[in-house]
Design a binder for this molecule. Structure first.
Ligand code: GDG
Length: 467
């Protein structure tokens, strides 16, 4: 059996068990533990002499890990610069936020090559390894692995959306990106829309040809497909049941004084639509006197990418509007908007979700959005809450039963929040059953298995005979 090597920018922290990690970690750990696999990536440390450091190895839950540091300059150019100031905004359709420089571009290529070198050094002597590379930070890693004569199956999964051609072609050297992606055997996307955009981008770039879902480049076939990421539904439900009994959950419940709770859980990121969401909540309070003094909206928004300026300015904007909403509507014993930058352990989080009458998930653009699926899994089947979901989240292509809203239409969101808060138990149950069917049919275990199976098959059918 081939060894599976997973490569991602960060690897899960060894001091957390897999139950406390997010969906990606669970799905990947599951696939890795079946083959005593290896997970490689940056260890989160910055060191002047990072280039001299061999990967540091350790084992956790039957999975090997090998992590390595970056230099401060590599981190600045590759991670902050090109990954998060060029690719992230562009792929989330925010071309106005793209801050491209040649130096960032070169830094990205350099670090992708360094990742490839580290991975190549860990491939078994007989070459029997299947390599699975993750996400937008490492788009070019497969290309560099091929230049190092790695012949085995290499797959790539993109966790974020793919923009259409007119946005994609804004990226300087986008042809090179397509060419680098052609080094993989399988490329996976979250949704059918992302796949369609990718195939269009390949064709329009003129770098390769497309036949159905197959890309043809240099006498090789590259298989593409849709693999919507999901969650471990049973574990999420168990955590929610346990979390609901915790003292934190009880204190939260008491503090609501019998009123309904709306919950949002997002990394603090402009793609998540938090500003418009706060505006919609303000509009709800303005429109409906019956909600006044009664409804509470809890927004958990742990800070992320604090080194990127756009995230610091978003934080200031959210602090301002949260203060404005509370200043305008709070009474001496009721604060409508609870806005927190603290992260919580998963059990607490799932317990909070279970108590919430509405799960508010309104990104302006999102690859999938696992919080939407976690919210569904956390609900009590006898008294489930309502998922209010953006049409622009990948999850909306899958989650039949959610209330769908346009996150750019603040007034519509306010009206839908009101409707969600008033929804009958019968309708809530009927919608939840449909939602639960989707997440339990396609859960995280299936995601990992389906991708690896597709990858091994496409590597076997890679070559096209030269005429
Ligand atoms: C990218 C794509 C795609 C959040 N706050 C806390 C916490 N979380 C957890 C959530 C969820 C995860 O973080 C976030 O996942 P999302 O999918 O919602 O969003 P991104 O971080 O942007 O992820 C996205 C995903 O990759 C997977 O492919 O779905 O579209 O952008 O699991 O619950 N977890 C804990 N405490 C918190 O305070 N423990």
């Amino acid at each position: 059996m081939k060894q599976l090597i997973v490569v991602s920018n960060r690897v899960p922290s060894p001091d957390k068990d897999s139950g406390s990690q997010g969906g990606l970690a669970v799905g990947v750990m599951n696939a890795l533990s079946r083959t005593r696999g290896l997970w490689m990536g940056w260890n989160g440390q910055l060191m002047d002499d990072a280039e001299q450091h061999a990967p540091e190895s350790y084992e956790n839950e039957g999975v090997q890990f090998a992590t390595f540091p970056l230099t401060e300059q590599e981190h600045e150019l590759f991670y902050v610069g090109y990954s998060n100031e060029v690719l992230w905004p562009l792929f989330h359709y925010r071309s106005d936020m793209v801050e491209y420089t040649r130096e960032k571009d070169a830094g990205y290529q350099h670090v992708n090559e360094r990742f490839a070198r580290q991975v190549a050094s860990r491939i078994p002597e007989n070459g029997d390894a299947t390599i699975w590379v993750h996400d937008y930070q490492l788009l070019s890693t497969g290309h560099y692995l091929r230049t190092m004569n790695v012949e085995g199956p290499i797959g790539f999964f993109l966790h974020i959306p793919v923009p259409p051609w007119e946005v994609f072609r804004i990226l300087p050297h986008h042809e090179r990106m397509i060419e680098h992606l052609c080094a993989y055997d399988t490329i996976g996307f979250q949704t059918a829309t992302d796949l369609r955009h990718f195939l269009e981008n390949v064709e329009r770039s003129g770098i390769a040809t497309v036949e159905g879902n197959t890309v043809i480049f240099d006498h090789r076939r590259i298989n593409t497909g849709v693999f919507p990421i999901s969650i471990d539904v049973d574990t999420a439900r168990e955590m929610a049941e346990k979390g609901e009994q915790s003292s934190r959950s009880k204190r939260l419940k008491d503090s609501l004084q019998g009123g309904p709770l709306i919950i949002g859980v997002d990394r603090l990121d402009y793609s998540k639509g938090l500003y418009k969401r706060f505006q919609a909540f303000e509009q709800l309070l303005e429109n409906t006197h019956t909600r006044y003094g009664n409804v509470t909206y809890l927004q958990i928004a742990p800070l992320s990418r604090t080194g990127v300026e756009r995230y610091a300015s978003l934080r200031r904007e959210l602090e301002r509007i949260a203060g404005h909403v509370n200043g305008r509507f709070s009474t001496y014993d009721w604060m409508p908007l609870r806005y927190l930058n603290t992260g919580y352990d998963r059990e607490t989080l799932m317990g909070f979700m279970r108590q919430s009458r509405v799960g508010l998930v309104t990104p302006l653009r999102d690859g999938m959005n696992l919080v939407a699926k976690e919210y569904v899994a956390a609900q009590d089947p006898e008294d489930p809450g309502v998922l209010l979901l953006s049409t622009l989240a990948g999850a909306a292509e899958e989650l039949d039963g959610a209330m769908l809203c346009n996150p750019f239409d603040v007034e519509e969101m306010a009206d839908m929040l009101d409707a969600a808060l008033s929804m009958s138990l019968e309708e809530r149950k009927e919608r939840w059953q449909r939602l639960h069917k989707v997440i339990s049919t396609n859960d995280i275990h299936r995601w990992g298995e389906d991708f690896i199976t597709a990858l091994d098959q496409s590597a076997a059918a890679r070559h096209i005979e030269k005429q």
